[in-house]
Design a protein around this ligand. Structure first.
Ligand SMILES: Cc1cc2nc3c(=O)[nH]c(=O)nc-3n(C[C@H](O)[C@H](O)[C@H](O)COP(=O)(O)OP(=O)(O)OC[C@H]3O[C@@H](n4cnc5c(N)ncnc54)[C@H](O)[C@@H]3O)c2cc1C
Length: 403
C-alpha cells in the first residue's frame, strides 16, 4: 500500500532545504544567472546539511533517508532554481545510487563515501557529440591492457562536467558488439579528474541553467585499473538505464517544484497588480491559468511521490519514473510560460523570476530521455510492446527500518 503522508522527518527535511534555498541561493541567483556564475561554495553548504548524500545509507557517509526524501529535496531546490537540483540529479541520482547498487565494497569506500559526505562531486558521462538518445551510437571505447583498461572518448552536455571530481564513463569494450549495435558490449568505468589524459571544459551560450555548470570531458589513453569497472564487463547499458531511472525521478520532482514556484509567483502577482481599479486576480482567464498550475502541481507531485514509494518498497518503478518525468517536465514548461503571461510585460524581464523558470525548465524536456522518447516508451508499455524491468535495490537503510 502506498502511504502518501509525509513523516515528521520528511517535513523537517523540506523545511531545512527551504531555509537553505532562502538563505544561500535566492538572494544571489539573479546575479549568478546574469553572469553565468557557478558558485561552488553552495555545494559545501549543502554537504554540511547532509543533502549530497541524503538517501545514501549512513554506513557509506550519507544521511540514511529514503527515496521520498530525495524527491522532496529536489522539488524544494528547483522551486528556487534549477542548478542545484541538476547537481542532485547527477551527483546522487545518476552516480551515487549507481555506486551503491553496482559498486564493490572497495569502490563504495573509495568513491561513494566521499561523494555522500559532499567532499567530492560526481557526475555521469553517457552523452557524446553524436550520440544522445541513441546510446549505442556512442564511440568511446576501452581496450584491456594487462590488469588495466585504457579509455578513450569524448562526452558532451555533461552537468558538472567541468567541475566534478568523479565521473561514470560509459564506453564500448567489445568492438564486434559495437558493429552489431549490441548494447551488451558497453561497460562502465569510474574515472577521476586527476587521472592522466583527462581534460574538460565548460559549454557556453546555454538558454538557461546559467548558474549551473554544463561541460564536456575527454579521455585520451586514460589508464584505469580493472577494479574501476562498475559492474561486470558488458553491464554498462543496464547500469546506464538503472541510473537514468533514478535521475528521471529527481528531474520529475524538480520540475514539480517549477510548477509550484510558477503558481506561487503568479498568485502573489495577481493579488497585487491592479488593472481597471481591481487586482488581476479577479479576471477569469488569469484565474484559469492559476487553476491549471494548481492542478498540474497536484498531479505531478502525486506522480513523483508514487514513484518514490514504489522505490522505497522495492517495486518496479521505471514506468512510473518515466511518466512522472514526462508529465512534470511538460507541465513545468506550460506553467512557467503561463506565469510569464500572468505577469504581463514584467514577466518578460528578470525583475521577476518567472522568465528564468521558463529558460531553466526547457532543458529537462530534453535530458534524461527527450519528451518524444518518453511518449514512445509510455505507448509501448501501454500497448504491451515493452516489459518493465525488475526493481534492482531498495535502499538498505530504509529496508531495515521497515523490516
Ligand atoms: C542542460 C543539459 C544537461 C545535460 N546533462 C547531461 C549529463 O549530465 N550526462 C549526460 O550523459 N547527458 C547529459 N545531457 C544530454 C542529454 O541527455 C541529451 O541531450 C539527450 O539524451 C538528447 O540527446 P541529443 O541531444 O543527442 O538529441 P538527439 O538524440 O539527437 O535527438 C534529437 C531529436 O530527435 C528525437 N529523437 C531521437 N531519437 C529518437 C527516436 N528513436 N524516436 C523518436 N524521436 C527521436 C528526439 O526526441 C529529439 O527531438 C544534458 C543535456 C542538457 C541540455
Amino acid at each position: 500500500m502506498i502511504d502518501l503522508e509525509l513523516t515528521e522527518e520528511h517535513i523537517a527535511l523540506k523545511k531545512t532545504v527551504k531555509e537553505f534555498c532562502d538563505g544561500e541561493i535566492a538572494p544571489y541567483i539573479k546575479e549568478w544567472d546574469e553572469k553565468s556564475h557557478f558558485e561552488r561554495s553552495v555545494f559545501d553548504k549543502m554537504a554540511e546539511l547532509g543533502l549530497l548524500g541524503v538517501c545514501i545509507p549512513e554506513e557509506y557517509g550519507g544521511a540514511g533517508f529514503d527515496y521520498v526524501s530525495l524527491g522532496l529535496v529536489c522539488e524544494e531546490l528547483e522551486a528556487c532554481d534549477t542548478f542545484m537540483r541538476v547537481a542532485m540529479s547527477v551527483h546522487v541520482g545518476l552516480n551515487s545510487l549507481s555506486l551503491l547498487t553496482w559498486g564493490t565494497e572497495e569502490q563504495k569506500q573509495k568513491y561513494l563515501v566521499p561523494q555522500a559526505k559532499g567532499e567530492k562531486l560526481a557526475t555521469f558521462g553517457l552523452t557524446e557529440p553524436n550520440a544522445g538518445s541513441d546510446v549505442v551510437g556512442m564511440r568511446s571505447y576501452a581496450r584491456r591492457d594487462g590488469d588495466d583498461w585504457i579509455l578513450n572518448g569524448e562526452k558532451m552536455w555533461i552537468s558538472l562536467g567541468d567541475v566534478a571530481d568523479h565521473f561514470l564513463f560509459f564506453c564500448w569494450t567489445d568492438a564486434e558488439k559495437q558493429k552489431n549495435r549490441d548494447h551488451s558490449g558497453i561497460s562502465c568505468f569510474i574515472v577521476e579528474r586527476t587521472m592522466a589524459g583527462f581534460s574538460s571544459g565548460t559549454l557556453h551560450g546555454k538558454l538557461g541553467i546559467k548558474a549551473g555548470n554544463t561541460g564536456y570531458f575527454s579521455l585520451q589513453d586514460v589508464r584505469v585499473p580493472a577494479s574501476n569497472m562498475l559492474g561486470q564487463e558488458g553491464e554498462g547499458f543496464k547500469i546506464a538505464m538503472f541510473s537514468l531511472e533514478n535521475g528521471r525521478y529527481t528531474v520529475a520532482a524538480g520540475a514539480t517544484g517549477v510548477i509550484r514556484a510558477s503558481r506561487d509567483a503568479s498568485v502573489a502577482y495577481a493579488n497585487t497588480r491592479e488593472v481597471q481599479g481591481q487586482t488581476i486576480a479577479n479576471f477569469q482567464l488569469v484565474k484559469q491559468k492559476i487553476a491549471e498550475m494548481e492542478a498540474d502541481y497536484e498531479m505531478t507531485h502525486l506522480l513523483w511521490l508514487k514513484c518514490g514509494y514504489l522505490k522505497n518498497n522495492g517495486m518496479p518503478s521505471a514506468k512510473a519514473a518515466s511518466l512522472a518525468k514526462w508529465q512534470a517536465t511538460t507541465r513545468s514548461e506550460k506553467a512557467a510560460s503561463m506565469a510569464i503571461e500572468v505577469h504581463g510585460a514584467n514577466g518578460y524581464t528578470n525583475d521577476y523570476p518567472v522568465e528564468r523558470y521558463l529558460r531553466n525548465c526547457k532543458a529537462a524536456v530534453i535530458y534524461e530521455g527527450t519528451r518524444d522518447i518518453h511518449t514512445l516508451m509510455q505507448a509501448d508499455w501501454a500497448l504491451g510492446l515493452k516489459k518493465e524491468p525488475k526493481a534492482r535495490v531498495m535502499l538498505p537503510a530504509y529496508k531495515a527500518a521497515n523490516a
